[in-house]
Write a protein that binds this ligand. Structure first.
Ligand code: GLN
Length: 240
């Protein structure tokens, strides 16, 4: 078995260790004897989504997002076909905002991919915090770090989780991230997946299910990863 992971624009969208998410997916595949190939795409590269099983869109500053936004117009339709065909996507922070229709900043509008029905507006102050969220479908909370000026509104979409500590999508509605088909959007980085192996396996399992019709994953010993997760939960949960 083999999964091919596409990393979109790592030179521009790679804040706060997003690359660690790639490493994590790769290792958790390899530990199970699943081959994992990572393809990095630069802004000038053509992307054939039909050869990809997981796509990572990382975080970026407003300026970098503005640069990427022009390029996104050219891949929007093939990216949308991939998403509608249940392709797996993990989009973090700036990448998450770009999944939506737009991100309005003081310096103008950054057009998004419109892959998911959501939008973002810049606000003040920046929302900077450790963050813990919960989703009943996972046995453990999801922990991370958030640092964003944008406030994201996901309408009727399902969030990735309910905020237990931190700000989340917009500091108002108690929701964090988005789930749409096999797309996961989130403000959590730091990076996200090493401290949340359950989220990593969620992505791998959906990618395997789509490709091979069976998303069952061999269990790994996650004692260390979950200890890191619990440390954050014990430190912050219940404080606010
Ligand atoms: N530039 C975006 C914001 O400030 C995203 C930041 C990020 O990716 N960390 O909201």
């Amino acid at each position: 078995m083999k999964l091919t992971i596409g990393h979109l624009y790592p030179d521009l969208l790679n804040l706060y260790g997003d690359r660690g998410n790639i490493q994590c997916m790769k290792m958790r595949c390899q530990w199970r004897g699943i081959e994992a190939e990572v393809r990095e795409f630069q802004i000038t590269d053509a992307i054939d989504f039909s050869g990809l099983d997981i796509v990572l869109l990382g975080g970026g500053s407003d300026r970098e997002q503005m640069l990427v936004c022009e390029k996104l117009k050219t891949i929007r339709s093939s990216f949308r076909d991939y998403v509608e065909d249940n392709g797996v996507v993990i989009a973090v922070c700036g990448g998450y905002q770009l999944l939506g229709h737009y991100y309005d900043t003081d310096d103008g509008r950054i057009e998004g991919l419109s892959l998911v029905d959501l939008y973002t507006e810049q606000g003040s102050p920046r929302l900077i915090s450790n963050i813990i969220i919960q989703n009943e479908m996972f046995d453990f909370p999801i922990v991370g770090f958030e640092n964003h000026g944008g406030r994201t509104f996901i309408g009727e979409n399902r969030p990735l989780g309910k905020v237990l500590f931190g700000y989340g999508n917009n500091e108002k509605d108690g929701a964090e991230g988005v789930l749409y088909k096999n797309v996961v959007g989130t403000y959590l980085h730091g990076p996200l997946l090493p401290k949340n192996p359950h989220v990593c396996d969620y992505l791998l399992s959906h990618a395997l299910e789509r490709k091979y019709g069976n998303g069952e994953l061999e269990k790994l010993d996650d004692a260390q990863e979950l200890e890191a997760n619990r440390y954050i939960v014990d430190r912050f949960a219940g404080r606010r």
